[in-house]
Design a protein around this ligand. Structure first.
Ligand code: SAM
Length: 282
């Protein structure tokens, strides 16, 4: 029988193909088409408008990177905001940190939450945790009146297309900065350094206009375009972490629960290739 293939060809004109064996979910929200299908290579896969978002097999690469670098660098993170992230993977990683008392998740599309709870139980499992407040709304509006509320803000968004466009602009980043407490840290996902270098370049130009300290960190992400991804460490008053400044005890405790994150990696991920330094003016 002819194998059916999922293709993702990104706007940049290249992508991946994955054999798929069963369509599990297909619904259209006012924002995007939400699909879940099963593959023998990556388990269940969530796509939005056909673009790769989450796979059971490799989601840990992304969620551990976006969460543990800022949360362990912060001396005592209590309140965290996740923008996007409706699959729940980032929330799951955040709740590994005992100091966290409250997580607000602002996800525009309730279908992403519905599909994730149904087909990604190991990813979405903490969305019903009493510490978590799930708000189904546009983060661009939500953030406007927040002042001095969060220790850490993670922008776990789609690419700068569709509802995600407004999450990659100066005004939004200024509102995010206003919502941060003193000593706070912001980490947006900042696209693929190889596959979406133009997006990344523009994003860092904006981040550097808004935040005093901006540092890219990168790592592997098998099913994302180019298999190589980036996140932006941003703060007004917290320096880029090194082995000397990281809370070693906390890092060692968290690494025991992770497939990717460890203490040595925490410093190493900021050692980026020359072309990434150029792209981000690092
Ligand atoms: N990159 C993650 C990963 O690797 O698992 C997945 C990203 S998560 C699915 C991205 C989410 O951002 C989507 O669920 C999308 O609905 C949400 N989103 C996009 N624009 C938004 C906005 N303006 N406000 C809130 N959520 C938004």
């Amino acid at each position: 029988m002819e194998k059916s293939l999922y293709h993702e060809i990104t706007p940049e004109g290249f992508g991946i193909a994955i054999e798929k064996d069963e369509n599990l979910y297909h619904k259209t929200s006012p924002y995007q088409v939400v699909d879940v299908f099963h593959s023998r290579a990556f388990g269940n896969i969530l796509t939005l408008d056909g673009l790769m978002m989450v796979t059971e097999k490799d989601e840990f690469f992304y969620h551990e990177m976006i969460a543990h670098i800022p949360l362990i660098t912060h001396k005592n993170p209590k309140t965290v905001l996740v923008i996007g992230g409706g699959d729940g993977g980032t929330v799951r990683e955040i709740l590994k940190h005992e100091s966290v008392e409250r997580v607000d998740l602002v996800e525009i599309d309730e279908l992403v939450i519905e599909a994730s709870k149904k087909y990604f139980p190991k990813v979405a499992l903490e969305l019903d945790n009493p510490k978590v407040r799930v708000l189904v709304e546009d983060a661009i509006d939500f953030i406007k009146d927040k002042k001095n509320v969060y220790d850490v803000i993670l922008i776990d968004s789609t690419d700068p297309i569709g509802p995600g466009v407004g999450l990659f602009n100066e005004n939004f980043y200024n509102n995010v900065k206003k919502a941060l407490k003193k000593g706070g840290i912001v980490v947006p996902q900042t696209e693929g350094p190889f596959a979406q270098s133009e997006n990344m370049k523009k994003t860092y130009q904006l981040l550097r206009k808004v935040f005093k300290i901006v540092a890219p960190y990168t790592g592997p992400m098998p099913t994302y375009p180019g298999g190589y991804w980036s996140w932006g460490f941003c703060s007004e008053d917290i320096e880029v972490p090194t082995i000397k400044t990281i809370d070693i005890k906390r890092a060692r405790k968290i690494e025991k629960t992770c497939k990717l994150y460890n203490l040595e990696l925490h410093e190493a991920v900021f050692k980026v290739p020359n072309f990434v330094k150029e792209l981000t003016n690092a």
